[in-house]
Design a protein around this ligand. Structure first.
Ligand code: FES
Ligand SMILES: [Fe+2]
Length: 346
């Protein structure tokens, strides 16, 4: 059941204060109160087929890596060497062979994180290599998607994903096809709010509007998940008309022949990176091209508007405007979560 009626509110609801967008102190609080406590999608098991395969992820300034061990197990570590904080891997994905070597002074670690050799370190009383393994990060899987969380006390991933589990029938995930990143000069919240409403589809996205019945665009909220649905206009539509969103930074875009996991990566108070991971049926290469074209066009339109909104939010002129009860229920729901996690009154 939706948390509240999307179409009617007893009073006029106003948007968040613009002072929360693009602010250094707010971003520092969000790191602690939100990003360090919530699950982050890093990749899918099919991206780590062999021992030594790794994926890295830079998440709000913290670098994390997943690596498959010689024992087949996938483990997550901070991508931070315990010597003097060098990186173990700098590429998005690759294979490191049978060990991880720090890029700074060349300390070598086993794939399970234990320090194998501190290169040419010398003798120091009390130096025990067992004290200097890579620091593990909590890792859980949902439908073989790999998620990490920096908080040991966070609720299990399965609980978070339960509404998606119900709304999105399980289908085999196609092989990983490609990653695309897009930079946006806006606060991550401005982008998320844009993701959470279909109100702007007819005005901003002509190609998407040609594919779906925008008047029937629905967003339902369940715990920390928003489920978007819109009827497709034709059988050869690129989209299925289903999108999922998981608080705080994950979009799930389901296409006819694949899925794109949309990872929203806050980089700074007014910088956000979109990291798209596409999983697609390799036999449908032509549809992949069509899908990328549409996805790029829609992203460019969203980037364009979010950057202009960001500028206006921080102009000192804008005051919190009213939210549409018909279309912006999920924006309100998201902003309420921000208020509560940052312990704000208004
Ligand atoms: S920082 Fe990694 S070996 Fe020195
Ligand atoms: Fe959009």
């Amino acid at each position: 059941m939706a948390d509240f009626d999307q179409r009617e509110t007893p009073e006029l609801i106003r948007a968040l204060s613009p002072a929360l967008y693009g602010d250094r102190d707010v971003f520092a609080r969000e790191k602690q109160a939100i990003f360090a406590r919530t699950w982050r999608l890093v990749g899918h098991e099919n991206m780590l087929a062999s021992a030594g395969d790794f994926i890295t992820d830079d998440f709000a300034g913290t670098s994390i890596m997943l690596v498959r061990g010689a024992d087949e197990e996938i483990r997550a570590f901070y991508n931070i060497c315990p010597h003097r904080a060098g990186p173990l891997a700098t590429e998005f994905t690759g294979n490191c062979g049978h060990e991880l070597t720090c890029k700074y002074h060349g300390w070598r670690f086993m794939l399970d994180g234990r320090l194998r050799a501190a290169r040419d370190f010398g003798n120091a009383a009390g130096f025990d290599p067992r004290d200097f393994g890579l620091k593990p990060v909590r890792l859980e899987q949902w439908r073989r998607f790999l998620f990490v969380v920096m908080d040991e006390d966070a609720a299990p991933l399965a609980a978070l994903m339960a509404p998606i589990e119900e709304a999105w029938p399980e289908t085999a995930i196609q092989p990983f096809a490609l990653r695309r990143s897009h930079e946006i000069a806006c606060d991550w919240k401005a982008y998320v709010e844009n993701y959470l409403e279909g109100y702007h589809v007819p005005t901003l996205h002509p190609t998407l509007d040609a594919e779906i019945v925008s008047e029937d665009y629905q967003v339902e909220m369940h715990d920390q998940v928003a489920v978007h649905t819109a009827p497709s206009k034709g059988e050869d539509a690129v989209y299925t008309g289903f999108w999922g969103w998981v608080f705080p930074l994950l979009g799930i875009n389901v296409y006819q022949h694949g899925v794109m996991m949309e990872r929203i990566s806050p980089v700074g108070p007014d910088r956000t990176r979109l990291d798209y991971l596409y999983f697609f049926d390799p036999a449908r290469r032509d549809e992949l091209e069509a899908m990328l074209k549409l996805s790029d066009a829609v992203t460019a339109e969203d980037v364009w508007i979010c950057e202009r909104v960001q500028k206006n939010l921080t102009s000192g002129v804008y005051e919190p405007g009213p939210l549409s009860p018909r279309h912006e229920g999920a924006v309100r729901w998201f902003q309420d979560q921000i208020r509560s996690r940052l312990e704000l009154d208004g």
